[in-house]
Design a protein around this ligand. Structure first.
Ligand SMILES: Nc1ncnc2c1ncn2[C@@H]1O[C@H](COP(=O)(O)OP(=O)(O)O)[C@@H](O)[C@H]1O
Ligand SMILES: [Mg+2]
Length: 399
């Protein structure tokens, strides 16, 4: 689909309360101040973007400073009802069509309407051609990961539901069980359109030159532990982190022993952050004397975070998934930084590789050259999973 060619998408994520909204708003304001037409949109139902900017926001973009627009994605709309309706419809249809109830249940569990709606809004805004930059203030990590995994997962789901759906409809028509009450093509068309729109979003988000993630954290051990896992999961789903923003850093060198103790602990954690996210730029922001609320305070935040640097920065380079020739076969490599070897599991399912890391799963569609191969040994070292593929004479008979 025709995105404005230069559109950049920055996704801000991190644990609850670390400063995602504040830093997303400050970054967007700085990008706009430097001349890029920018929309900051919040997908977090907590509605705090309006609080950080100190202006009321709605479900349509409003200009809050020259070139800076903001909006709150409204996820409580009718869509939720339609989604629930679709779910009931599918359940009923599958039940009447004699699909195994367990399988029917699996097929009718639809992903969250909130996430789907946020993605559709993102797509519409990107497609509108109005913006140079989209800054997305995401919900806390778990919801964000669900959101980011969704376009691919949903297309996988659609590819399975659709054929079942068709088969059942055909069966019902043949046996006249359904009668005229069968809502045939309209529903199919609606699902098909949704499928296409989500494929658009996937194209937008998976494009390395377009989209990158900023991981916001505070220098505390619990937050760092979660952020490390987030980096792994983001890579699993094919997202790149362009920088880590360490927020609420206490000043060092004061006389107060309480403060000095906190500052020491934080400096130790910051060293851990730099070591953990080796190769990813880390920017810091001090604990400010007051909540950074409103555009003047956010401008100070941006000045401290980015200094003279371009707040957009270049998107991170390097491929997350690569395939190279290796002897008489191939080597598939998937970047999975900071995973522990025991957490990585993998299985082949038809033309897909099912990758599971610490409770997150991705159905990785295999490049065509690997589909005719047998998966051999797998190794996880230095943050990369390497899987050997050997030519399979049964799938690819030699004359
Ligand atoms: N560097 C900072 N210094 C002081 N207060 C901050 C700083 N960063 C964020 N805050 C405040 O912390 C609270 C949580 O920040 P927010 O951006 O809403 O976090 P999140 O979006 O991650 O939940 C807000 O009240 C915000 O004003
Ligand atoms: Mg927030």
């Amino acid at each position: 689909m025709p995105y404005a060619s230069a559109v950049r998408v920055l996704l801000f994520t991190g644990k609850g309360g670390v400063g995602k909204t504040t830093l997303a708003a400050a970054t967007a304001a700085e990008v706009a101040r430097r001349g890029g037409k920018t929309l900051v949109l919040s997908c977090d139902p907590a509605h705090s973007l309006a609080d950080a900017l100190a202006v009321p926001l709605g479900a349509e973009p409003v200009e809050v400073a020259p070139g800076l627009f903001a909006m709150q994605v409204d996820t409580q709309r009718r869509f939720e009802l339609r989604w629930a309706e679709l779910q009931r419809y599918l359940a009923d249809l599958f039940a009447r069509g004699g699909i195994d109830p367990l399988q029917a249940e699996e097929l009718t569990v639809l992903p969250g309407a909130d996430e789907v709606l946020a993605l559709l809004e993102l797509r519409d805004q990107a497609a509108s051609g109005r913006w140079d930059t989209l800054v997305v203030d995401c919900a806390p990590t778990a919801e964000t990961l669900r959101l980011l995994a969704l376009p691919e997962a949903l297309s996988w789901y659609m590819e399975r539901v659709f054929p079942t759906h068709r088969r059942v409809l055909r069966g019902l028509r043949l046996t006249r069980l359904g009668g005229p009450a069968l809502p045939g093509d309209r529903v199919l068309d609606a699902i098909g359109a949704l499928h296409e729109e989500l494929a658009d979003v996937r194209g937008l988000l998976a494009e390395p030159a377009t989209t990158s993630v900023r991981l916001v954290l505070t220098p505390e051990s619990v937050v760092l532990a979660e952020s490390r896992r987030t980096l792994t999961s983001l890579a699993l789903y094919g997202y790149r982190v362009d920088s880590v923003l360490a927020n609420r850093v206490f000043p060092t060198g004061g006389d107060d022993p309480w403060l000095a103790s906190w500052a020491r602990a934080q400096q130790a954690q910051l060293a851990e952050v730099r070591a953990s996210f080796d190769g990813i730029p880390v920017r810091t922001l001090r604990y400010r004397p007051a909540e950074p609320v409103g555009l003047p305070a956010l401008a100070e935040v941006a000045a401290e975070l980015y200094g003279p640097d371009d707040p957009l920065g270049p998107p991170p380079a390097g491929e997350l998934v690569t395939v190279q020739a290796d002897g008489d076969g191939y080597l598939l490599q998937v970047a999975l930084p900071l995973a522990s070897r025991d957490d990585v599991a993998l299985a082949r399912s038809g033309d897909e590789l099912v990758l599971t890391v610490g409770g997150h799963r991705r159905m990785l569609s295999l490049p065509s050259v690997l589909r005719r191969c047998r998966a051999g040994g797998a190794r996880y070292t230095d943050g990369r999973l390497a899987v050997r593929f050997a030519p399979d004479p049964e799938r690819w008979p030699t004359p």
